[in-house]
Design a protein around this ligand. Structure first.
Ligand code: SF4
Length: 331
């Protein structure tokens, strides 16, 4: 299957901070979340975050990826934050982003569903924000996950567009959604992008079963299925939106041949905390699978948004320090 082979494939060198694994949702496939009172529930201490950020800068990264379970409005989590001196979740996230900038890294925050007001606070301190749409379909995997309501998630993606924030979204393949759901999910993202022009990439993420989850015995998304979804995504989405596939899960070369053009964050410092069993490939390994296609490093803000100035004064110095004249990572 070969619809649109990209002229180059991009990636971002990042440090991955799984800030908290506490989450109000209970997605059937998730091996990352913990209850708020679970012995393994964790909120990264800020001095731990600081060490990670320094390692990232010393390893030539440009991106600080911050991910969170959804903790919004959960009283137990508010108490945890109060114990360390914070009266609101968003103030805590803002401080982490500022720490990243002070260390010389560009934040990309994926903090679950955020309000317009909270995104407005995060905009000046982030190169981009992210929220997977996952699916517009109604799937059993999300029946205990109020935050996975597609209306709520599309509203946030719309608000990011109103705020002119470069944005990452995506779909999850193999969690019980139908082919119609996949197509409708991609069309929903396209419609918002047509209105606001803010989507920089759409992740096509394959479901892979994890131990001790409700879906541990469900078969993973098949490579042929992924190839077809990537090709459909490439046909549905405008060319300026990159199709991202995870570099550590799937046969990259065959997905690039179907139109995938980005591999997301690849970290020289941290493991993939969401899928800890999946190792990041080396750049040489990637080059060997994509053949003659050029591998280019980008920042967490895509080149055309760099060129169009979709970033705030707070991160301008970093964006200019790291980018070349075309908005990619300077050599
Ligand atoms: S929202 Fe994210 S962290 Fe929470 S259960 Fe679902 S996949 Fe896991």
């Amino acid at each position: 299957m070969s619809l649109h082979i990209p002229p180059y494939v991009t990636f971002s060198k990042n440090v991955f901070g799984p800030v908290t694994n506490m989450c109000r949702n209970r997605c059937g496939y998730c091996g990352f979340r913990r209850d708020f009172n679970h012995p393994e529930a964790n909120l990264m201490a800020q001095d731990h975050v600081e060490i990670l950020l320094k390692k990232g800068v010393n390893s030539d990264c440009t991106e600080a990826l911050f991910t969170f379970g959804e903790t919004d409005n959960v009283s137990e989590f508010r108490e945890i934050l109060q114990d360390i001196g914070y009266s609101s979740f968003i103030d805590y996230v803002i401080d982490l982003c500022q720490m990243a900038i002070n260390n010389g890294l560009l934040p990309h925050t994926n903090a679950g569903v955020l309000s317009y007001a909270d995104m407005r606070k995060l905009k000046p301190l982030n190169a981009s924000l992210g929220l997977m749409l996952e699916t517009t379909g109604k799937v059993d995997a999300h029946k205990e996950s109020p935050g996975k309501d597609p209306c709520i998630r599309l509203e946030m993606i719309k608000n990011a567009g109103r705020l002119k924030i470069p944005f990452t979204s995506g779909i999850l393949v193999g969690i019980g959604e139908t082919w119609d759901d996949r197509i409708e999910s991609l069309l929903a993202i396209r419609r918002l992008h047509e209105r606001y022009g803010h989507i920089q990439e759409v992740i096509v993420q394959n479901f892979a079963p994890q131990k001790n989850t409700l879906m541990s015995s469900i078969r993973p998304a098949l490579l042929e299925e992924m190839q077809k979804v990537v090709a459909i995504a490439r046909a549905i989405l405008p060319q300026e939106i990159a199709i991202q596939v995870p570099s550590n899960f799937v046969s990259i070369g065959s997905l690039v041949a179907c139109g995938a053009s980005d591999l997301g964050g690849i970290s020289p410092v941290t493991i993939d905390h969401i899928n800890p069993g999946a190792r990041w490939p080396s750049l040489d390994e990637i080059r060997s699978t994509i053949g003659d296609i050029e591998l280019r490093e980008r920042m967490p803000i895509y080149p055309h948004f760099v060129q169009e100035g979709w970033y705030s004064p707070s991160i301008e110095e970093l964006v200019k320090r790291y980018s070349d004249e075309n908005g990619f990572r300077a050599n």
